[in-house]
Design a protein around this ligand. Structure first.
Ligand SMILES: [Fe+2]
Length: 318
């Protein structure tokens, strides 16, 4: 694969306080070098036989390829982040930022703080949309890496000294302020609109239980912490529970094979939560049985191990 150079997105002569000379040098020498190195490394990788090449050689080349590819992508985003007047973001992106950061001002202060922390060092500060969470987050990406997995960066400031030294010397604060005054919010909003169209990663789906109400381990924990009345039933199978050492604090174990023996102990006025080992079947089936009998029962996805993974309190298995 040959990576193609992208034309400059911003118009250098329109920038306020950043000269065309700085952008030209940055584009030609740093972005251009990243593309050239990326192509050279990629060609080298393609010419090697992965079956006979020492793994260390492949590993080193892949690491370098990752660095240059990310440098390429982030430089393209950086040049596309400039060219506006940096003032008020348009409505859609302003509302999204306010939703996820509290206010545009709070976002701005956090973004500037992250950039300031990179003064005299190197790296990027990115505003990134994460489809998994449907939210925006600021992040630092050192060494052209460390990007949030699955995240889509929509705004970038380059904090490598080559991005500003020519014009601002060591005065990173002046460079950051100038960058903020030149943000192209309309293009950033357009990237945000594209990013939100990306579907989140697929979640575990159990088609047979799709209509069965569930309650997350975090919600169960909040219920217990608040002192709300809830009946929690550990329905791990008998063969499994004989070797179990711990169980959820606040839960009782009941044999899922013998629901009829213990269903009479339950109260219909308090909600019921059931769970099994991993949350696949037995907790769900028990919740379905209890619902049919008129109980307000829900299953806890992830089961016993999700409870332990959120550091929910456990006790010795009785
Ligand atoms: Fe750069």
């Amino acid at each position: 694969m040959q990576y193609q150079i992208a034309p400059l997105f911003c118009r250098p002569w329109t920038l306020n306080g950043i000269s065309p000379r700085l952008i030209e040098s940055h584009y030609e020498h740093h972005y251009g070098q990243a593309i050239n190195r990326l192509n050279a490394i990629t060609a080298e990788l393609e010419s090697l036989d992965p079956e006979t090449t020492p793994p260390d050689v492949i590993n080193r080349l892949k690491r370098d390829q990752f660095t240059e590819l990310n440098s390429t992508l982030l430089h393209e985003l950086y040049f596309a982040s400039l060219g506006g007047d940096g003032r008020a973001p348009p409505e859609t992106i302003a509302n999204a930022i306010a939703r996820d950061f509290g206010s545009v001002d709070r976002w701005r202060h956090e973004f500037i703080a992250l950039a300031t922390a990179l003064s005299g060092r190197s790296g990027w500060v990115l505003l990134t949309y994460l489809p998994r969470d449907g939210r925006l987050i600021n992040q630092t990406a050192s060494d052209h890496g460390q990007n949030i997995a699955g995240g889509i960066p929509i705004l970038a400031i380059d904090m490598y000294e080559h991005a500003y030294q020519l014009e601002f010397g060591a005065n990173a604060a002046a460079y950051i302020a100038t960058f903020m005054r030149n943000i192209e919010w309309n293009a950033t909003q357009a990237r945000y609109e594209d990013a939100v169209a990306v579907k989140p990663p697929r979640r575990l789906e159990q088609k047979q239980f799709v209509d069965l109400p569930s309650i997350t381990p975090e919600e169960v924990k909040a219920m217990l912490d608040s002192g709300a009345g809830v009946q929690i039933i550990d329905t791990r199978p008998r063969h499994y529970s004989t070797r179990a050492q711990d169980m959820m604090e606040g839960a009782v174990w009941r044999d899922p094979e013998r629901v009829n023996d213990w269903i009479g102990e339950l109260s219909k006025t308090e909600p019921v939560v059931t769970f099994c080992v991993y949350g696949f079947h037995i907790g769900c089936e028990t919740a379905a049985t209890l619902r049919k009998a008129g109980f307000d029962a829900r299953y806890m996805p992830g089961g016993h191990y999700a409870w332990k993974a959120i550091k929910g309190p456990v006790k010795l298995f009785e």
